[in-house]
Design a protein around this ligand. Structure first.
Ligand SMILES: Cc1ncc(COP(=O)(O)O)c(C=O)c1O
Length: 355
């Protein structure tokens, strides 16, 4: 937490009260944590990948120099030549790669980014603008992870993934640790005496949801809010895993508009947290995404990207279905928190959907 809050340009993002929507949904309160102003990257992902790069560089440079260096020295780029000799690599559908590339530029190391064929050109350009080299991979996000890992092994590059698998756990755990800055801010900003009753949180590989869930659990123990995971129907790996009681892979055949959530493999370290800590798993379709982005823009002046609105869309769908509303115990005394995880991270896509 302290490491990230010391980065230049750090500021907590806003927690908005969506009063009109809370009235419409007959809730006591509805709050939206708005990550559209998170550093210059406009997504919560800025907190995770870049933080993991800083930790990796501390260890790599310490090894190169044969002496322990500090995180502050990494932040100040006190050993530029050593930093330059290190290459970090990741696969991404946009935001995580941008965070890793941003961290690499900030701390002075090299960066290679792998993107699958469906990632938009706008997202590629944003990563390249940060000085990283982009490799395009045929297939989906999970294919790009496998190619990135193989190239990392072949070239001695350091993999900074936001998802985890057997034998690769520490770095994604650091990425998730970075995300908890967002939950901490939200809880510091929370204006009610009692914590939220419900948190609707979107899932890709589950790293974000796992981090939020673990943080809330640690804070509130038995009184933690009910955690409801929301995923796009064609990439519902967390939902399928919850049904099976163990991790399940979804072979993505249709790419959701919610690009950041289009992930078919569950993060191994997120899964045990979510298996026990998340109460509900919902899936949504793309239909409500554009209209909801537009509504937030018009009525609340909030810039919300495609993946940002998933939690809110899940809440709205649940409200519209009496059985589901009852099953989730959504009542007039509910205090709901949603996370608007990105702004217009691809401005062209945003314009197309909202204007
Ligand atoms: C904007 C946005 N929201 C949510 C997520 C989901 O995060 P995770 O893959 O850790 O579940 C992502 C992942 O890329 C994202 O970019």
């Amino acid at each position: 937490m302290e490491t990230i809050t010391r980065w230049s340009g750090y500021q907590p993002t806003d927690l908005h009260s969506l009063e009109a929507m809370a009235d419409e949904l007959s809730l006591k309160a509805l709050h939206y944590k708005d990550e559209s102003s998170r550093f210059e990257l406009a997504s919560f992902k800025a907190l995770g990948g870049a933080y993991a790069v800083q930790l990796i560089l501390r260890d790599a440079i310490s090894q190169l120099l044969g002496q322990e260096i500090t995180l502050e020295e990494v932040d100040l780029v006190s050993h530029p030549e050593s930093a330059r000799s290190v290459t970090v690599v990741t696969a991404t559908d946009g935001n995580h790669g941008r965070s890793v590339a941003w961290g690499a530029r900030r701390f002075g190391c090299s960066c290679e980014i792998y993107m699958h064929e469906h990632v938009s050109h706008g997202r590629q350009a944003a990563v390249e603008a940060l000085g990283a080299r982009v490799h395009r991979v045929e297939g989906n996000y999970d294919d790009s992870v496998h190619v990135a890992m193989a190239d990392a092994n072949a070239n001695d590059w350091l993999m900074v993934s936001d998802t985890s698998w057997p034998g690769y756990l520490d770095i994604p755990r650091n990425v998730m640790g970075g995300y908890t800055v967002m939950t901490s801010e939200a809880m510091d900003q929370w204006p009610h005496a009692e914590p939220p009753t419900h948190v609707f949180i979107q899932g890709g590989c589950g790293g974000l949801a796992g981090a939020v869930c673990a943080d809330l659990w640690q804070r509130y123990g038995m009184h933690k809010p009910r955690v409801i995971i929301v995923e796009p129907a064609p990439a519902a790996c967390l939902y399928e895993s919850a049904c099976a009681g163990e991790p399940r892979v979804v072979n993505i055949k249709i790419e959701s508009l919610m690009a950041g959530l289009s992930c078919g493999e569950v993060s191994l370290i997120a899964w045990p947290i979510l298996k026990l800590g998340a109460e509900d798993f919902l899936t949504i379709t793309d239909e409500s995404v554009g209209p909801l982005m537009g509504r937030l823009a018009r009525e609340e002046s909030i810039v919300a990207g495609e993946s940002a609105v998933a939690g809110l869309a899940g809440l709205m769908e649940a409200h519209g279905d009496e059985d589901l509303r009852g099953a989730l115990s959504l009542t007039e005394s509910s205090r709901v928190l949603v996370f608007g995880t990105e702004g217009a991270t691809d401005p062209a896509v945003y314009r197309q959907l909202v204007m």
